[in-house]
Design a binder for this molecule. Structure first.
Ligand code: NZQ
Ligand code: ZN
Length: 393
């Protein structure tokens, strides 16, 4: 087990009606004026925004609202939010929504605490992210784990670059997790969330680090629970049990727990981000579309690890280690298909792409040659190109 620092300071309020506590939580963490950030229409349509507004008024917390955050959120709306936060004197940012809303809220929190700094400079590592306003979350979709994570992912629409920024100041002060708030989700978004939750653990689990029993077994248990409840959530929509398992798993899958003591991989996420940046596809879909190709390309690096995954998570084995490893990959890909998630570019509805597009995706993924991605197997430009090619059917 490698050395690590583990700090997940986010207070979690889990259960039915927990959004009632949002205003009191803001107060508890020192907020006196809030900016409420939300997405397209789901939070308004469900009445959630109105309920939160009432709670804020009852707690005497003045607030402004900023809606319109779209999936794969754009830098320009975050910049608009910074202006609004600064002008209104907001000292707390409340995100009501999913990963896109939370990440926009985090970006606003960073920009508002550092007025005058070009926001994108933080993502390009040209400015140091030393301070940010506090952020709280009312979560409406189990997926990104941003409610407990140290990251925010934005798309710079001017350059077409989608990029994450990970800094500890980004961890929300509190996360309100009421599974009932997810009941209005379309099946496709539930499935995208299941894939993303699995992938946050898989991108940590496929590691070359040895001797990490507790972390490994936590990861395997989380995956089994998500696979089972993902199926149940889609077969029986609107049930509290499966959605509550997914919601809690989503937070634990990306707060660091399932990768402690290991060197993590995250190549699939990097490959997926380029697909979302170029084709504006949903994050979870971008991951399922390439994971099988990534796994087929990389499992030979350490087939024993994939064989362990096959046995512990899927309960399958073959004649030898390689065959067992392959069965685990097949099971995973078949599971994604059973959720109606894409496992190739045609399923992803971006069609079979010409070679020059695959080369461009690969080039962007390695930042034009400035980095390699992944650790289980370190991938250079040519490796990324080959993986995209394998998914290109
Ligand atoms: O905009 P509205 O109308 O709210 O609709 C949203 C959106 O269309 C809808 N939705 C959310 N809650 C709903 C609902 N519809 C009905 N009822 C509800 N209760 O779902 C759609 C997707 O929302 P989004 O916030 O984009 O989903 P998700 O939580 O999957 O977030 C994806 C974003 O998070 C980033 C992704 O890259 C992507 O940009 N990620 C952030 C991470 C982080 N900060 O730690 C880690 C992840 O790996 C990921 O990269
Ligand atoms: Zn993700």
């Amino acid at each position: 087990m490698n050395s690590f620092t583990y700090c997940t300071p986010t207070e979690v309020l889990f259960g039915r009606g927990s959004e009632r506590h949002a205003a009191a939580e803001i107060r508890k963490y020192g907020g006196t004026k809030a900016l409420v950030v939300y997405g397209g229409e789901s939070a308004r349509k469900s009445g959630l925004l109105d309920r939160i507004g009432r709670e804020l008024r009852a707690e005497n917390i003045p607030f402004q609202s900023l809606g319109g955050v779209r999936p794969n959120p754009h830098l320009d709306l975050a910049e608009k939010g910074v202006g609004l936060a600064v002008q209104s004197g907001a000292d707390f940012i409340l995100a009501v929504g999913g990963g896109s809303v939370i990440d926009t809220a985090k970006a606003i929190a960073l920009g508002a605490a550092n007025p005058g700094t070009n926001l994108w400079d933080f993502w390009e590592q040209k400015a140091a992210a030393g301070k940010a306003l506090p952020v709280g979350v009312v979560l409406t979709i189990a997926a990104s784990g941003s409610e407990m994570s140290n990251s925010a992912v934005l798309t710079n629409q001017a350059t077409g670059v989608k990029r994450g920024l990970s800094v500890e100041i980004y961890r929300p002060r509190f996360a309100i997790l009421n599974p009932e708030l997810t009941f209005t989700l379309p099946a496709y978004q539930v499935a995208c969330g299941v894939v993303d939750i699995m992938m946050h653990t898989l991108d940590r689990y496929f590691t070359l680090t040895e001797g990490n029993e507790l972390t490994d077994e936590l990861a395997e248990a989380l995956l089994r629970v998500v696979i089972r409840n993902g199926r149940a959530a889609l077969e029986h929509p609107g049930q509290y049990g499966p959605m509550s398992e997914l919601m809690w798993a989503g937070s634990l899958s990306h707060n660091g727990l399932t990768g402690l003591g290991a060197v993590t991989d995250f190549a699939t996420h990097q490959l997926g981000h380029e697909l979302s940046a170029m084709f504006d596809v949903a994050h979870g879909a971008s991951l399922s579309a390439v994971w099988g190709s990534w796994a087929d390309y990389c499992f030979g690096q350490k087939p024993e690890r994939f064989a362990r995954y096959a046995e512990k998570v899927w309960g399958v084995s073959g004649a030898d280690v390689r065959e067992t490893a392959k069965k685990g990959i097949e099971k995973t890909v078949a599971y994604f298909r059973s959720l109606h998630m894409p496992t190739c570019f045609t399923d992803l509805k971006i069609g079979v792409r010409p070679e020059k597009t695959l080369r461009e995706l690969a080039d962007r993924c390695v930042f034009r040659g400035a980095r390699k991605v992944g650790h289980f197997r370190e991938l250079d430009r040519e490796d990324c190109y080959r993986i995209y090619s394998m998914a290109n059917h």
